[in-house]
Write a protein that binds this ligand. Structure first.
Ligand SMILES: *Cc1c(COP(=O)(O)O)cnc(C)c1O
Length: 381
């Protein structure tokens, strides 16, 4: 194929399936023939394997509980912690709307904190400010959800310190950062509990909806496992109020194929990022910032581009597709604007970021020819 004929999509889910086709087809066939389709051996094995993978190294032993999607995973952790009506949960506006939707699903009240403009993650200084001086009219802050956006870790030490001191739970949203680390610690093992989306586009993705929670607290894990299925601690007996958010066996079996491939996929994402860094070195755009101690797993490789539409058009003309994550911050969306509390900064950095961010193509199956094509295009813009 000639270089000008190569199109580089922003992501390519079909390429991932084709690369793993034999193993995935065998896993699906195994489930189809088993006669057991929801919450069975595959799901239990995936939970064990995910907990063990998270626990690698010095992390505490993690208990993982599968569920239907990443939004439910966040809500399940909050419900497991007893957070609901009468509680405020602080998070960011620069996130998938799912983070905020999950808080409201539990009946809790969201409070949106601004971001650090370098990392795009929660600004710990503003969090500390709202813990010390809570905005008037809100229920007490009971939990904080830092979002490791794009695969870059939040400043967890600065977030955990004041939260621990105030008795506030810390729930990591790791939907974009499976396998990322902070000072050698796996993301999702640092707070009290964590929630992962396993949506097909994520660094670890199913071929349908799926999610998983994790915690070092075994009692919390047991409680979440009950709440995800009608509050059953014993079959047909609801000792507490629950929901239906189960992980199906087909997705669990597919995820068991993919989990051992995740580190290699993240390494490929990092190699792509390093090539983009080099291609951008003498140009007008600044490569994404990595804070000290952060191992970034590049769910997205995000640039700030003031004349974004023109640059996206130019790249598209060169066969390079880009995306915007996310064009409208949660606090400015119709469903939330004027209704959701923000911190004293009014999410000004969040609004600025939303107007400038642009995500280059990143996916582990990107070929060297595709990568070279993106790098060549970047050198011309
Ligand atoms: C994808 C995502 C979610 C929600 O996950 P779903 O599986 O789509 O429900 C939550 N938070 C963040 C940051 C995400 O990127």
């Amino acid at each position: 194929m000639n270089a000008q004929d190569i199109i580089v999509p922003q992501a390519d889910l079909g390429a991932a399936y084709r690369a793993q086709k034999d193993a995935i087809d065998a896993a699906v066939s195994r489930v189809l023939n088993s006669g057991w389709y929801i919450l069975g051996q595959e799901g239990a094995a995936f939970e064990r394997e995910y907990g063990a993978w998270l626990s690698g190294g010095d992390a505490p032993a993690m208990h993982a509980v599968g569920c239907a999607n990443g939004t439910d995973a966040i809500a399940l952790v909050l419900r497991g912690l007893g957070i609901g009506p009468g509680c405020t949960v602080a998070t960011v506006s620069h996130t998938a709307v799912a983070t905020v939707a999950a808080i409201e699903m539990t009946g809790a009240t969201p409070l949106l904190i601004d971001i650090d403009p370098r990392t795009f993650c929660m600004d710990p200084a503003e969090l500390l400010e709202v813990i010390r001086n809570p905005p008037a009219g809100l229920p007490p802050i009971r939990a904080v959800i830092p979002v490791h956006i794009y695969g870059h870790a939040c400043d967890m030490d600065a977030i955990l310190g004041p939260c621990r001191a105030a008795g506030i739970a810390v729930v990591e949203d790791v939907a974009q950062a499976h396998g990322g680390r902070l000072n050698g610690r796996m993301l999702g093992t640092i707070g009290d509990a964590s929630a992962f989306s396993l949506y097909p586009t994520k660094n670890l993705g199913a071929l349908g909806d799926a999610g998983i929670t994790a915690t070092p607290d075994e009692a919390l894990a047991k409680r979440m496992a009950a709440i995800r299925q009608y509050g059953w601690h014993r079959r047909y007996i609801s000792d507490e109020v629950g929901v239906n958010s189960r992980l199906d066996e087909m997705q669990a079996a597919i995820l068991r194929v993919r989990l051992p491939l995740l580190d290699r996929g993240n390494a490929r994402r990092q190699a792509i990022a390093a090539a983009y860094d080099a291609a951008l070195a003498d140009g007008p755009f600044t490569a994404p910032y990595r804070a000290p101690g952060v191992e970034h797993v590049f769910h997205q490789y995000v640039l700030r581009v003031p004349n974004r539409e023109a640059v996206m058009d130019r790249l598209r003309a060169l066969g390079v597709m880009t995306a915007i994550h996310y064009p409208v911050p949660v606090h400015e969306q119709g469903a939330y604007a004027g209704r959701i509390a923000t911190g004293p900064a009014g999410c000004a950095e969040t609004s600025r970021a939303a107007a400038e961010v642009m995500s280059l193509p990143v996916f582990p199956e990107m070929t060297d020819a595709q990568l070279e094509k993106v790098c060549a295009a970047l050198r011309t813009v």
